[in-house]
Write a new protein. Structure first.
Length: 539
């Protein structure tokens, strides 16, 4: 037997440094392609060895791995971290470190692979679906399916989850050097005596910066003082929270968790399954992952006992809004503007992913794609009959995992009829930028933007930046007749943006607010922004 190698870094979220590949060539997470992963161990008792490694230390078992058509030597394999592990089970989630023995060895730029076994998900679709839905709105790993073989025998169909490492950070933040924490709440070992108990990863204020080491893991640049400062700002200076937290991305995370009834998250018991990255602006940005229990599979909000299925589908949009033990929610939703943004994000998620059978069709298409592979999988947790029924029928006498499609149809119906979503948001129309008049010699040197809104709108803001590397700047648009807005009081709002330093391109989106709601233009501003250049305006 070869000597088993030490694990370079093993934590719940498997953060590893890695080479950065060309994203345009990266199709390893293309959802409609099932990846093929063949693992070959020299040892016949590999199951026993992997069980032993899971309990004893942080080592990996060497293997040869073929990913699709590419063979890699000296790969380290280990059972995946987390509560889903079962000793001597027919299958467990797997973690592969591709560069264990060969520095820089990677597949399409990735040096590690995270394979989730889908425990408590009879559909085997929850993780891939939830990661796909989250993608446009906030930093989240990509995910698809992988068919895994060990020593030429089918081990099973798994969810292939992108590891949060250098490649992920580059794609989402255009940088990789910021502080990164993972929420790893310890609900078994009590907190140290000098620290407060049962705070988990809630971001409540603890007795010292060092106390956060009990419920968070520093993956990069262990600036515990900065994390402590975030909690202190939430508690003591909520009016300054925008200085240390990306509010919009946080609201997207909270909206996502609520719409999808995703309680194995900050919004539920222990507040797990998120990370915080401190970008170059000094603000923490949430990263969301861990969706095996999304769509109503995990039922504890952190208060009281588990909810029933009916209570889950009627989960209050304002869950934890008055709960000081969840400061990310109670502080942000206690701010009138932030609450409107949060509800606008929930509305966008509903309209983009759950209207007009959009979700039903997507689920059915994915199930049709993976059913042949699941039929071959003798190690799956559920029978093929249970898998086929899992879209419409509750599965499991004890766990009672709701039918994926049936649950979400009822969940969305409940939300659409909730008073918070009966309020009409402001209408934004006729967005335009001043162009040079025909035959005019006057050159356009600034960006003059205007938009028409409905009569009940009381505030309009344009968010702009001159390059994708910059953060957005907010500028109040005016209806006073002096800001490219035509006449005063005509519901046409305008703003004038003057570029400096030779900047000649602009990205922007508009936010309109009335007494009860907020809207955006473009509606999908997280993906599509208005873009314009001085060269275009001067044509």
């Amino acid at each position: 037997m070869k000597i088993m190698q030490s694990l370079k870094l093993a934590i719940t979220f498997c953060f590893l440094t890695g080479s950065i590949g060309l994203f345009a060539q990266d199709d390893f997470f293309k959802v409609d392609q099932v990846q093929q992963i063949h693992i070959t161990f020299e040892q016949e008792d590999w199951r026993y060895l992997l069980d032993s490694l899971r309990y004893n230390g942080e080592e990996l078992l060497p293997a040869t791995v073929r990913i699709n058509d590419e063979e890699l030597e000296g790969v380290g394999v280990r059972y995946r971290e987390g509560r889903a592990f079962t000793p001597a089970a027919k299958r467990n989630g797997l973690f592969l470190q591709l560069d264990l023995k060969k520095d820089g060895q990677a597949y399409q730029g990735y040096t590690s692979i995270d394979l989730s076994d889908g425990v408590r998900d009879p559909s085997m679709l929850r993780e891939v679906l939830a990661h796909e839905i989250a993608q446009p709105y906030l930093p989240a790993p990509r995910a698809n399916f992988a068919k895994v073989f060990i020593n030429e025998e089918l081990y099973g169909l798994f969810s292939n989850i992108e590891v949060i490492g250098k490649q992920f950070l580059t794609r989402n933040f255009a940088e990789t050097d910021g502080t990164l924490f993972a929420a790893t709440p310890d609900y078994i070992v009590p907190a140290p005596e000098e620290c407060r108990s049962k705070l988990y990863a809630s971001l409540q204020v603890d007795n010292s910066a060092a106390c956060y080491q009990h419920n968070f893991t520093a993956l990069q640049n262990a600036d515990w003082t900065a994390l402590f400062g975030l909690a202190k700002t939430l508690q003591d200076k909520p009016g300054e929270i925008e200085k240390v937290l990306n509010i919009d991305k946080t609201l997207w995370m909270l909206a996502f968790n609520n719409v999808l009834a995703n309680l194995s998250s900050y919004s539920g018991q222990y507040s797990p399954n998120y990370l915080l990255y401190r970008d170059e602006s000094g603000r923490f940005v949430p990263i969301i992952t861990g969706f095996n229990f999304a769509f109503g599979s995990y039922k504890n909000t952190g208060t009281g006992s588990d909810l029933g299925t009916v209570e889950m589908l009627q989960l209050d949009p304002m869950l934890h809004a008055d709960d000081p033990s969840k400061p990310l929610i109670s502080v942000l939703l206690g701010n009138e503007k932030y609450q409107k943004q949060y509800l606008a994000h929930m509305r966008t998620l509903i309209n983009n992913h759950f209207k007009d059978d959009t979700f039903n069709k997507r689920v059915e298409a994915l199930q049709l794609m993976v059913l042949p592979d699941l039929a071959e999988d003798e190690n799956k947790y559920y029978t093929l009959a249970e898998i086929e029924k899992s879209l419409t029928t509750t599965i499991g006498r004890k766990s009672k995992i709701p039918g994926l499609v049936a649950f979400m149809n009822k969940r969305i119906s409940y939300l659409e009829n909730h008073p918070a979503f009966r309020i009409l948001p402001p209408a934004i129309e006729e967005v335009e930028v001043r162009q040079r008049e025909r035959f005019s010699n006057e050159k356009i040197s600034d960006f003059r933007i205007r938009a028409k809104v409905d009569q009940y709108t009381n505030k309009v803001v344009v968010y702009y930046r001159f390059s994708p590397e910059e953060t957005f700047t907010a500028l109040r648009m005016m209806d006073d007749g002096g800001h490219f807005d035509e006449g005063a009081g005509d519901n046409i709002y305008g703003a004038i943006i003057e570029p400096s330093g030779g900047k000649d391109q602009l990205e922007y989106y508009i936010q309109a607010e009335n007494a009860k709601a907020i809207s955006y233009d473009p509606i999908d501003y997280t993906v599509t922004k208005h873009k314009v250049s001085l060269a275009e305006l001067n044509q």
